[in-house]
Design a binder for this molecule. Structure first.
Ligand SMILES: C[S@@+](CC[C@H](N)C(=O)[O-])C[C@H]1O[C@@H](n2cnc3c(N)ncnc32)[C@H](O)[C@@H]1O
Length: 178
């Protein structure tokens, strides 16, 4: 199984505390993510586990409405401060919760920088709640049993990073019904 560099170096307690620790998306990848997801006005962009808000802030700067869901209160506070500094606070909805408990049905784009096993756990929720045509972009970890429509690799920070694009209604038609 493919794992990215940061995952294999993580201390085990970080994996058990919040299931996925905070490892931010590198800034140099964000413009690629925005391009691949085709983020623009009219989009509703969700980041499941939004960390310090850096990805939702870029989506909001491109005219999207964004939703930042984060289980760690300290990070959500940081995300709000960063959004204020970037003058996009009003375009972002901040939710302090577990993303498994948040309804995703108005999303047009979902971004996930999580782990394969968490993507797998999220898959039935994505299948249930997302509309046909919703773009789902993941960094470094694929969604098991979904077929990406596009894969892009970028070398940065000493590691190869992989961006996967999935489209609801195209990527999931091979999966069993859940
Ligand atoms: C790898 S980091 C990615 C952060 C951000 N999306 C980015 O790309 O910069 C994963 C984030 O998900 C958050 N997280 C983990 N499990 C979560 C859950 N069940 N609900 C909400 N947030 C969660 C972590 O606290 C962490 O900030």
């Amino acid at each position: 199984m493919y794992t990215s560099g940061w995952f294999v170096l993580l201390p085990i307690h970080l994996l058990t505390t919040h299931e996925v620790p905070w490892v931010p998306t590198r800034y140099e990848l964000i413009s690629h993510i925005m391009r691949i997801a085709r983020v623009g006005p009219g989009d509703v962009f969700y980041d499941l586990g939004c960390g310090d808000g850096r990805v939702v802030i870029e989506a909001a700067k491109r005219g999207a409405k964004a939703v930042c869901i984060e289980i760690r209160e300290d990070l959500l506070r940081q995300a709000k401060e960063n959004a204020k500094k970037a003058c996009v606070y009003e375009r972002i909805k901040f939710i302090h919760d577990d993303f498994f408990r948040v309804d995703l049905s108005d999303a047009t784009i979902v971004y996930m920088y999580l782990l394969t096993r968490v993507n797998e756990k999220l898959r039935p929720k994505l299948q249930r709640e997302l509309s046909i045509g919703t773009r789902v972009v993941t960094l470094d970890f694929a969604i098991p049993k979904w077929r990406p429509v596009h894969i892009e690799k970028h070398y940065t920070g000493g590691l190869e990073r992989t961006i996967y694009l999935y489209i609801k209604g195209v990527s999931d038609v091979f999966t069993e019904t859940v």
